[in-house]
Design a protein around this ligand. Sequence first.
Ligand SMILES: *[C@@H]1O[C@H](CO)[C@@H](O)[C@H](O)[C@H]1NC(C)=O
Ligand SMILES: *[C@@H]1O[C@H](CO)[C@@H](O)[C@H](O)[C@H]1NC(C)=O
Ligand SMILES: *[C@@H]1O[C@H](CO)[C@@H](O)[C@H](O)[C@H]1NC(C)=O
Ligand SMILES: *[C@@H]1O[C@H](CO)[C@@H](O)[C@H](O)[C@H]1NC(C)=O
Ligand SMILES: *[C@@H]1O[C@H](CO)[C@@H](O)[C@H](O)[C@H]1NC(C)=O
Ligand SMILES: *[C@@H]1O[C@H](CO)[C@@H](O)[C@H](O)[C@H]1NC(C)=O
Ligand SMILES: *[C@@H]1O[C@H](CO)[C@@H](O)[C@H](O)[C@H]1NC(C)=O
Ligand SMILES: *[C@@H]1O[C@H](CO)[C@@H](O)[C@H](O)[C@H]1NC(C)=O
Ligand SMILES: *[C@@H]1O[C@H](CO)[C@@H](O)[C@H](O)[C@H]1NC(C)=O
Length: 894
Amino acid sequence: MRCSAPSKLMLLLAAAGSFLLSMTATAHAQKPPVDPGPDSAVTCIPHERDALLAFKQGITGDPAGILALWQQQQPDGGHGDDGEHTQDCCRWRGVRCSDRTGHVIELRLGNANNDIVVDRDATALVGQISRSLLALEHLQHLDLSYNNFSGGPTGRIPEFLGSLKNLKHLNLSGIGFHGSVPPHLGNLTQLQYLDLFSSSSMGAAYSTDVSWLAHLRFLRYLNLGSVNLSTVTDWPHVVAMLPSLTVLRLPGCSLSGMLPEPVAQLTSLVALDLSRNSFTGPLPEFIGNLTGLKMLDLSSNKFTGPLPASVRYITGLRTLDVSYNNLTGLPREVGTLSSLTGLYVSHNSLEGDITEEYSRSLKSLQHIDLSSNFLKIEISTKWKPPFAKLRSANFANCKMGPMFPAWLKWLVGIEYLDISSAGITDRIPDWFPTAFSNASFLSMSKNQLSGELPANMDIMSSLDELDLSNNSLSGQIPKLPNNLTYLDICINSLSGSLPEDLGLPNLQVLSVASNSITGSVPRSICRSQGLRTLVLANNHLDGELPNCFGNNVMLFLDLSNNIFSGMLPASMQNCEMLQVLDLSRNMFSGRFPVWVGKLKRLRFLRLRQNMFSGKVPTNLTNLGCLQYLDIADNRISGSLPRNLSNLKSLKQKQSAEMCSDVFHVRVFAVNFSTFLKGQQLSYGSIPRIVGLNMKVIDLSFNNITGEIPEEIATLDGLLNLNLSKNHFSGNVPSKIGAMQSLESLDLSGNKLSGEIPISLSTLTFLSYLDLSYNNLTGAIPSGSQLDTLYAEHPNMYTGNIGLCGPPLKNNCLKTDASEQGPFTRTEEGRWQGFFYIGLGYGFLAGIWLVSCALLFMKNWRIAYFCLFDKLYDKAYVLVVTWWAKADQEDMQLS
Ligand SMILES: *[C@@H]1O[C@H](CO)[C@@H](O)[C@H](O)[C@H]1NC(C)=O
Ligand SMILES: *[C@@H]1O[C@H](CO)[C@@H](O)[C@H](O)[C@H]1NC(C)=O
Ligand SMILES: *[C@@H]1O[C@H](CO)[C@@H](O)[C@H](O)[C@H]1NC(C)=O
Ligand SMILES: *[C@@H]1O[C@H](CO)[C@@H](O)[C@H](O)[C@H]1NC(C)=O
Ligand SMILES: *[C@@H]1O[C@H](CO)[C@@H](O)[C@H](O)[C@H]1NC(C)=O
Ligand SMILES: *[C@@H]1O[C@H](CO)[C@@H](O)[C@H](O)[C@H]1NC(C)=O
Ligand SMILES: *[C@@H]1O[C@H](CO)[C@@H](O)[C@H](O)[C@H]1NC(C)=O
Ligand SMILES: *[C@@H]1O[C@H](CO)[C@@H](O)[C@H](O)[C@H]1NC(C)=O
Ligand SMILES: *[C@@H]1O[C@H](CO)[C@@H](O)[C@H](O)[C@H]1NC(C)=O
């Protein structure tokens, strides 16, 4: 996904944009240049200046001061000869007057920041479009694009604009009007350019009748992007009546059905954009009648069938985009389009073999995207492609292997190449650094590339992003290209040590996970001061981290499953932005780092399986974003901090705070399993855990003493709480029933005493419970939830000699339990010998059956009988459990 997005967007825009620029440039070239000189004869006409000032009155916000110098005449003299506060409205920003008549003929107030959504507001004019514009009778060019104008109370495009009868150019794009498009625009009979484009997120304008367009005899450019035209069926007729129309853009106009036949009559068109609609059915042959097209964009529709071979008649076609449809075939004739610079067919259902023939005449090709289809690229190793100017190529998910496609070596100008998941099982060729020495993006991930990385890789000096992950590469990591910002070589068989000069100046993301790298982390890594993501997990790295390690932009640090040792360097406390810290399964030692409490954005902390000692620092509870805390299997001692309720992100109702900021770390395919419900379960990758907001505390296998703070019960978002194998004493927190999200609770192997709180039986999501090997006493709380858990895991109360009552055999009235043994199974593994009565005395004669229930859990059948003993005035639950069908796994339960 991430690979095709930039290619499509940037490159399509580059191609189409340059073409349109050349069109608009010719349009503007006719106009004489603005002459702002003081000796210019042009001065502004007073009533037009008043109209402009009245327009300014309608503007309530102008953060960039675009209209700051549009000023009323100062009564006390101050004439505008300082050039700043000029009276001459012809010299105001955005205004242009006719040299001949002095009338205002152009008002260009389009927001320059129309590309970047975040910056748009900073330069947008806010307010109303004033009727005073009507006084500018000679206005020919009005551009108000990408400003924040509300079109009056209805949000419509103002009808009065239809009275500016000399307009040739009207640009209201990116404003986001609502309501119906006023047919009054049909009065603008001189109009040549009409741009009403908005993105679908901006507005909800619609039109149910576009017949007014037919009056615009001189219209050359029409963009109604995102205007809902779903009820308009005759649009092709109407636009066919516009003799001068060369550019028609109707993206996102909610058009549906088959492509209407009258489209074939739009033969004067140079550019046709019908993208992001819901057209269905096969792409008709008559597309080939639009022989004048240079740009055809039919992407993001629901077209089916093959791309018609008639495209060969569109001999001047430069950009063809049919990506994101459901096309099944790509005709060979595409290869005859000798002017084609951009071919985008990704994300279809295209099948078949792409052979040399497909590109016979594609001399001009600069961008090609065949990704995410079922295509097989079958090209001889000796073939030299005709497209010497290719700049971007996306062949992801095409079948190109098993041999590495040799013809790629001719693509010496390539800047962007994606051949991921291409079924290549070859050695990585030595020539790739030389051939791709101009590339800035290179992805060959998810193949079975073998052999060593070329030693001269560093000659790829333009390389920005390199993804070789998920291959079978071996050998050492060579000297890396100096300008890399992104390097992913995870999941390979690389060995040796990390390169000494790892600290590339621009490096932001480095993943070397799941290889066989040895040695230590070189000190040079500290030079990568922009490093945001570092993933070295699953290698054999050892030694201490360099004492300069860490920076203040790092978000994601995963060093898990290596053999790192020693203390953490103090420099790591600079990692104030860190959201994920995983040091698990190493041999780090020393005190639990107190400075962790400073990493205010930390969401995920896993120090599992190291040798950290000392106390859990009190200010760990400063971490209001922490949702995953796993420090299991260390040598942590002392008692827990009391103020656990400060761990706000472990509650159900968490305040948004700063934790909600986008977790923008690319997902690495490094999975990690952890203990949940007593089994090894894979939660998936860390981004998944964090993304799904799984809330976990695991402190097991340490040496923690003291009581379990009662405050822990306030963490009612927690799914998994594991405090097992420590030295906790005192009682189980009585309010434990408040932890309503708990699915797994393990307090086993401690010194907890007292009774099991009754509230435990209210934890309805609990699916794993272990209280074994403590010093708990008294009756076990009743409740079908706990009974069910017991049936699954009958050892959960074991080792607490003081516990009594059902479902245990010893009852609280000091009578002997029944003789029934533990779970047994027969050879056939069928219904068998487990019959258990949870009461020590049974006057069956006096017992009434009140109700019963039958549960089916995995392979167990559990029947509950609620019995009422009238003799003793007591109620009991009789549980009958038996194997339905046994298999290996279930034996592990007992
Ligand atoms: C437009 O202005 C309105 C207030 O007039 C404001 O609420 C809205 O956020 C603004 N939108 C943009 C995109 O600037
Ligand atoms: C209208 O303005 C937008 C933003 O400035 C621009 O991208 C677009 O090309 C303009 N339309 C015309 C027809 O010039
Ligand atoms: C403009 O068009 C509208 C609707 O098409 C019409 O009612 C109106 O009379 C026209 N105005 C002028 C000034 O031509
Ligand atoms: C396309 O052009 C051909 C030949 O010029 C013509 O016969 C055919 O009718 C046209 N198709 C449509 C749908 O107009
Ligand atoms: C694409 O078309 C095929 C049949 O040709 C159909 O099975 C499939 O569901 C379609 N896919 C989409 C996304 O519409
Ligand atoms: C490498 O990056 C530097 C600055 O980041 C830039 O000036 C230089 O042009 C880049 N080199 C290449 C070959 O792209
Ligand atoms: C955490 O506690 C230590 C000492 O216990 C102290 O030096 C440090 O400043 C505290 N950090 C924060 C963020 O409160
Ligand atoms: C745990 O603490 C006890 C003393 O309370 C000590 O003997 C033991 O060595 C400690 N275990 C570890 C793993 O630190
Ligand atoms: C178990 O708890 C009782 C009090 O409930 C206490 O007297 C006894 O010492 C405890 N035993 C152990 C081994 O901690």
